[in-house]
Design a protein around this ligand. Structure first.
Ligand SMILES: [Zn+2]
Length: 174
């Protein structure tokens, strides 16, 4: 990971400026993510461009982010990385609707981090795979998708047990 000269990336819009100016602002996102993960993978870096546009009393956030993630392959457990695209379109308004829109904060700063975190957690892969033809850690011994190959109990064949009780008289050959 390349060192960032901006350890606290700006993920926010200045609301007074947004409403007083042209009503359009663009934010370049270059976010080295510290702690956003599920049990299966974690977010590393989000990169892209987001636009804020006022529409009456509302603010519409839209844009596309590329999310770099990392996590163990579900078959071989090797560390696997990947990139996915996230299309963002969200509305902020005074009377937010739960699960549909986000509230406009009473402060002057519209911080996008909670909304983006939600998107990221929903986008992270639940079953990372290093490659579509990954055969698992030991393809010879344990082929993927086979878990019932258990060797049968080894015992003595009853037909051979009879031989164990036979004795040979060495004197017969003389
Ligand atoms: Zn794998």
């Amino acid at each position: 990971m390349t060192p960032s000269s901006n350890p606290h990336p700006a993920l926010s819009f200045d609301l007074p400026k947004l409403f007083q100016k042209s009503g359009r602002e663009t934010l370049l996102v270059d976010w080295h993510i510290e702690q956003l993960s599920t049990s299966y993978s974690n977010a590393q870096h989000a990169l892209g461009e987001l636009h804020a546009e006022t529409s009456g009393e509302k603010v519409v956030i839209s844009g596309k982010l590329f999310l770099h993630w990392e996590g163990p392959c579900r078959r071989c457990l090797e560390v696997t990385i990947g990139t996915l695209e996230m299309d963002i379109t969200e509305v902020y308004e005074d009377e937010a609707t739960e699960g549909e829109t986000f509230p406009i904060p009473t402060t002057e700063t519209l911080n996008l981090e909670p909304m983006l975190s939600e998107h990221i957690l929903l986008s992270l892969p639940l079953a990372p795979l290093c490659s579509s033809d990954c055969l698992g850690p030991m393809p010879q011994e344990f082929p993927a998708n086979t878990n019932q190959d258990v060797a049968p109990e080894v015992g003595i064949d009853p037909r051979w047990e009879a031989l164990g009780s036979m004795t040979f008289d060495e004197n017969d050959a003389s």
